[in-house]
Design a protein around this ligand. Structure first.
Ligand SMILES: [Fe+2]
Length: 517
């Protein structure tokens, strides 16, 4: 009698429904423990963890099928279980495996320890939306046909549609074909290395590879020996003497997840070969672009009329602000990479709109730059690059108390005053031609620049194309985007002159003037 009562309990549709839910959660939490699979695989045999996970999923499906057979009546049950004994046996197996797996996973989580348990819960939280959505679809398929009430039917369809939408967003993004999204952006910020920066359409590792003195050199985007794999932007420092005049390629391996023990990686992609040359001749042509503010199409149109150039000057203001990594990727890394084509250096000047947002503080790391004020030399010419910071006082409500640029500009001015006059021809690059919003600092900065032999300052910020005198220096405002029109410039440096040329996105010449240098 007792055994009959137990069998009736196990084969009851409510019991089977509950067991299905327990089994699904067990598989889900075991999947959330995958950062520790390596221990079980190492102790027993490689692959046992995923074998167990597969068994948990199969058992969940078995229990679900048994529930449907029991709940939807005798036709299914009779068709698939001509002998009641088969149905009972499978129910007992499903019940036993469900209990064993559930206890096993619970014990595993309890003994995980205070360091590992939060990791498991974070992993569970990460995947829970997808789990919930899939569970809802299964719920819909299993339950909807039995619903008689019209309102319940509408609610069920609506909730399933919402979950399908969520799971579509979650699932479709990671399955895109992994690829490198532009030519590398090669930044020269006056250091003894170039920052080779490139992006991929999903997170992964990044490296630069080339031949040097008969050896193949591969340099990774890494920190103290640990290869990074948590970003779509990859930044590699390459010694200048190894990249100048050399051919290189970049590569990346997709990283789905990197664990404390092991990792889950995907496809590896490698770019075409690029040959890099930094200008060092007497005549140098520099493409100049500022204030594109995400208007890439207009900017590309204007730049298509630029012809050949030896280097690129990016004068800042790529975006309204840096709230997401994607903004750095799309409007600085990829845009800059497309301009320099991985073959000529880029001198990057920070715009005031790159000083805003959560990711503003991370921008130096993304671009591999030690500082946003520096000097960079190319042959007989030296660029003094300055950073205006924000264009309003730090107390302005726009900045939400998250800036300290007054002190920053003071530090930059002090640094500028320590520079020694070089024998090269100096050109100043600054997003704002006023350099500092503080009159005293601005005055000190212009005084220092004149002492260093500077005569020209090239700037953006105003979204206008102008040439005028200011504080004893000649100011050239590059242009940028304004009212649907984009103006880009080309600066030609030569032994005794500097040529300023500007063109809009329809190919119309907006400015052309040569001055003594
Ligand atoms: Fe600006």
């Amino acid at each position: 009698m007792k055994s009959n009562r137990l069998l009736n309990f196990i084969t009851n549709k409510i019991t089977l429904a509950v067991l299905t839910i327990i089994s699904a959660f067990t598989a889900f939490f075991f999947y959330s423990c995958r950062a520790n699979y390596v221990f079980l695989d190492y102790t027993v045999f490689n692959g046992i963890s995923y074998l167990l996970l597969s068994l948990m999923i199969i058992n969940t499906l078995l229990l679900l099928f048994l529930y449907i057979a029991e709940a939807y009546g005798l036709k299914i049950k009779e068709r698939y279980f001509s002998e009641t004994k088969t149905f009972a046996a499978l129910s007992i197996i499903g019940f036993a495996l469900c209990i064993v797996f559930a206890i096993g996973v619970m014990v595993n989580m309890i003994v995980a320890g205070e360091e590992t348990f939060p990791v498991i819960m974070k992993m569970a939280a990460k995947n829970f939306p997808a789990f919930a959505a899939i569970a809802t679809i299964v719920f819909f398929i299993s339950v909807f046909p039995s619903l008689k009430n019209k309102t319940l039917k509408i609610v069920t369809v609506a909730s399933t549609a919402i979950c399908l939408f969520i799971v579509s967003l979650w699932v479709l993004a990671p399955v895109c074909n992994y690829k490198i999204t532009s030519a590398p952006l090669v930044i020269d910020s006056g250091e003894d290395y170039y920052s080779v920066v490139f992006a991929t359409n999903d997170e992964g590792t990044g490296y630069v590879e080339y031949e040097y003195e008969g050896e193949t050199v591969r340099l990774y985007d890494e920190a103290m020996g640990r290869i990074k794999g948590d970003s779509k932007i990859h930044t590699v420092e390459v010694p200048k003497e190894q990249l100048d005049g050399n051919t290189y390629r970049v590569g990346s391996k997709r990283v789905v997840e990197a664990y404390s023990y092991g990792s889950y990686t995907g496809k590896e992609v490698v770019s075409q070969n690029y040959t890099f040359n930094a200008p060092d001749g007497e005549e140098q042509q520099w493409l100049c672009v500022s204030d594109w503010h995400t208007r890439l199409d207009k900017a590309y149109d204007a730049l298509s009329y630029a012809g050949d150039y030896d280097g690129v000057i990016m004068l800042g203001d790529a975006v309204p602000g840096l709230m997401f990594e994607e903004e750095i990727k799309d409007y600085i890394v990829e845009f800059g990479g497309n301009l320099c084509k991985g073959e000529v250096p880029v001198v990057y000047i920070r715009g005031n709109h790159e000083t805003r947002g959560e990711y503003a503080a991370k921008l130096p790391d993304y671009l591999g730059m030690e500082s946003f004020y520096y000097t960079a030399s190319f042959g007989n010419y030296e660029f003094i690059v300055l950073d205006s910071g924000e264009d309003k006082k730090d107390s302005h409500p726009e900045y939400g108390g998250m800036v300290n640029y007054a002190q920053y500009r003071e530090n930059m001015t002090q640094w500028l005053e320590t520079l020694e006059k070089s024998d090269k021809k100096v050109v100043v690059l600054s997003h704002s031609y006023e350099i500092c919003i503080e009159e005293d600092l601005s005055s000190r900065a212009f005084s220092a620049l004149k002492d260093l032999g500077a005569e020209y300052i090239i700037s953006g910020h105003t979204h206008t194309n102008e040439f005028f005198e200011y504080n004893g220096l000649s100011v050239y405002l590059d242009g940028g985007h304004k009212n649907g029109v984009f103006i880009a410039s080309k600066i030609t440096l030569s032994a005794d002159s500097i040529l300023f040329q500007a063109c809009n996105n329809e190919g119309k010449v907006m400015f052309s003037q040569s001055s003594a240098l």
